[in-house]
Ligand binder design. Structure first.
Ligand code: NAD
Ligand code: TDX
Length: 331
């Protein structure tokens, strides 16, 4: 099997490449990554001699065509992925998430190559805190931010290319990931690395917002199950029943790092801040037999805190610039 992994130098993509090299050594992996602020060669350093790394843009049609021509399948992780950035400057989200996906779809259509599209639960908008419902594959799309709107648009492009052109493709919409190699702009790494520097965690608004946390390795094992056994045209929701309020996440991080549980501060809220996400992953569990391995969020979080403590050399180069961006937003 020859696999093109876009965005393989980012958080989830790099973990995916590590998993492939570890457990599927017979797979030939080509990574296509633009190495934006979010892509880091250091994340691929441990496997650099086992994969081919191409620096380039998923919206570069000639480059994408030449790479797709020599693989059996594409897993498309590359994206602009941070909501706060999409509020400050939406254009890169339109370019990468929409034009980039379009470019890949045209290439897989031309070459008859299998395509898997990585997406997010944010396409469904948000739920009330007390709503018993969870997102399912038939929940109507209702994205809130430029990030989630471009991800929603990219999903719809995939569906259209399946129906109109017979492209063989699957989509997965996953909830919030945590684990090693996540950029320090994201909630959990920001707070953990801040605490290493003696900075109190910063909660947007009230902190009552709920995210449905899943360990990145569980997400990636679900992606492999879909690649191997998923039905073309199907949408699979990925989640591990990890609903937790931001307030509780911060309290757990503080406790794991030996601080008082109330040693955080509230900062300005994110405009349009989604209240709650929750995933019903029963299709994935029942049809493909996937189950998460990280069943205790607290244990997974403890591993992640340890990883950031042990890998300061990886995150330190990104920390100051990230906090300078937040300072401009007053957060
Ligand atoms: P990330 O920001 O850590 O990594 C994105 C990667 O894509 C980087 O390596 C970056 O250099 C690369 N990239 C950006 N623009 C590119 C372009 N035009 N061409 C080629 N490469 C480009 O993101 P992540 O958190 O790893 O997310 C990966 C995917 O998973 C995204 O599609 C995201 O929407 C989706 N997702 C993320 C989460 C989450 O919790 N992080 C949850 C569900 C879905
Ligand atoms: O400093 C912070 N304080 C805070 O309270 C930061 C950075 C975030 N937050 C809140 C906002 C969210 O409610 O924490 C929650 C998580 O924030 P992010 O890490 O920015 O993630 P989110 O906006 O939920 O989106 C993430 O999950 C879905 C990923 O970034 C997306 O790529 C994915 O699609």
């Amino acid at each position: 099997m020859r696999l093109l992994v876009t965005g393989g130098a980012g958080f989830i993509g790099a973990n995916f490449v590590h998993l492939l090299v570890r457990e599927y050594p017979e797979t030939a992996v080509v990574v296509l990554d633009k190495f934006t602020y979010a892509g880091d060669r250091a994340s691929l350093a441990p496997v650099a001699d086992r994969v081919e790394i191409v620096e380039g843009d998923v919206a570069d049609a000639a480059l994408v065509d030449s790479l797709v021509a020599r693989v059996d399948a594409v897993v498309h992780f590359a994206a602009e992925s941070h909501n706060d950035n999409s509020l400050a400057d939406p254009y890169p989200f339109v370019h990468t998430n929409l034009v980039g996906t379009y470019t890949l779809l045209e290439a897989v259509r031309r070459h008859g190559v299998r395509y898997h599209h990585i997406s997010t639960d944010e396409v469904y908008g948000d739920l009330e805190l007390d709503d018993p419902a969870k997102f399912t594959p038939t929940t109507p799309y209702n994205p809130s931010s430029p990030y989630s709107a471009t991800k929603a648009g990219s999903d719809l492009l995939v569906r259209a290319w399946v129906r109109s052109f017979g492209v063989e493709a699957t989509i997965s919409n996953c909830s919030n990931n945590y684990g090693p190699f996540q950029h320090v702009e994201k909630f959990i790494p920001r707070q953990v690395t801040g605490l290493v520097d003696g900075v109190r965690p910063k909660l947007y608004g009230s902190g009552e917002n709920v995210r449905d946390w899943i360990h990145v390795e569980d997400h990636n094992r679900a992606v492999l199950a879909i690649l191997e056994r998923g039905r073309s045209g199907e949408t699979y929701l990925i989640g591990a029943d990890g609903e937790t309020s931001n307030l509780d996440v911060v309290r757990t991080i503080l406790e794991l790092m030996g601080r008082e549980a109330d040693d955080f501060e509230h900062v300005a809220d994110r405009p349009g801040h989604d209240l709650r996400y929750a995933i019903d992953a029963s299709l994935l569990r029942d049809e493909l037999g996937w189950t998460p391995r990280f069943t205790s969020f607290r244990d997974g979080l403890a591993d992640t805190v340890e990883w950031y403590r042990a890998n300061e050399a990886w995150w330190r180069p990104h920390k100051a610039a990230t906090e300078a961006k937040y300072a401009q937003l007053g957060r």
